[in-house]
Design a protein around this ligand. Structure first.
Ligand SMILES: C[S@@+](CC[C@H](N)C(=O)[O-])C[C@H]1O[C@@H](n2cnc3c(N)ncnc32)[C@H](O)[C@@H]1O
Length: 253
């Protein structure tokens, strides 16, 4: 099965901000982990590549000074970012990994936060990233890697979800190999603890918004069956779902 391309202009833009809301402490934890792997001087110029609705973009400007460029191909995601995630040191631009509207050697850091797997031409994307990165700059790839995935809490209710995600996300070697062709190699692979939700009711409410592209590859019937299983679980009343998890961050330079 080949997965279709997910177009965030179609459905995801309408639910993403609510369905994928990030707790302030989780955002702060990500910034702290990025800082550990970026050059020490400030300010740093940063590219948030696939910036979506700007979930992390203003925080990058607060943490690193900027300028921060949020490059995003979906017009609707970008419009939401402009309306709800503005910051004096941030500007949002139309573009994508294989077409970055920024000069050569102009960035200290490029972040791809859950966007690498959407890039259709990864070799072209890696070449563009290498072009815009300054010597000594770093690439931060936050992505699940299909060969390291163990399955999220909610996947027990949707039997095909793990198989879909294993196909959706690259292996670690696929990412390191494509960056090796442009002279960028791994400097670190770190696990970052993320808080998904305060409790399982909140986690289920967020999931119901279907702001996870895995759902785009399921039939309506299997989504409904999955939510019926989740409802039955919630009706039993036990708060057993983990509210935190480990996420991979690959650093290259
Ligand atoms: C899961 S969202 C992540 C958004 C944001 N980084 C965040 O964490 O909230 C994936 C984003 O990647 C964008 N995207 C899709 N194709 C892309 C490409 N070729 N280059 C860069 N970003 C892309 C999508 O439009 C979407 O906004």
């Amino acid at each position: 099965m080949t997965l279709k391309r997910v177009d965030y202009d179609e459905g995801q833009h309408a639910v993403y901000a609510r369905g994928r809301q990030m707790a302030p402490e989780t955002r702060a934890r990500w910034m702290a982990r990025f800082a550990e792997h970026l050059p020490p001087e400030r300010p740093l110029s940063v590219l948030d590549l696939g910036s979506g609705v700007g979930r992390l973009t203003p925080a990058l400007a607060d943490a690193f000074g900027g300028p921060v460029h949020g490059v995003e191909p979906s017009r609707r995601m970008r419009e939401i970012a402009e309306a709800t995630a503005s910051h004096p040191a941030v500007r949002y631009l139309e573009g994508e990994a294989a077409r970055i509207p920024l000069p050569d050697a102009s960035l200290d850091a490029v972040l791809m936060f859950l966007s690498f797997h959407h890039v259709p031409d990864r070799a072209a994307g890696a070449a563009e990233i290498a072009r815009v990165l300054k010597p000594g700059g770093r690439v931060l790839v936050r992505s699940p890697f299909s060969d390291r995935m163990t399955g999220g809490w909610w996947q027990q209710f949707f039997p095909r979800a793990l198989a879909i995600e294993k196909q959706m996300f690259p292996t670690l070697a696929e990412v390191t190999d494509v960056f090796a062709t442009v002279g960028l190699s791994p400097t670190a692979l770190v696990e970052v603890t993320e808080v998904y939700a305060a409790n399982e009711t909140e986690a289920a409410e967020k999931l119901r918004l279907r702001a996870i592209s895995t759902f785009e590859h399921m039939t309506e019937a299997e989504i409904e069956e999955g939510f019926a299983r989740l409802d039955a679980h919630l009706a039993r009343g036990a708060d057993t779902m983990p509210s935190t998890g480990q996420s991979d961050l690959l650093v290259l330079g």
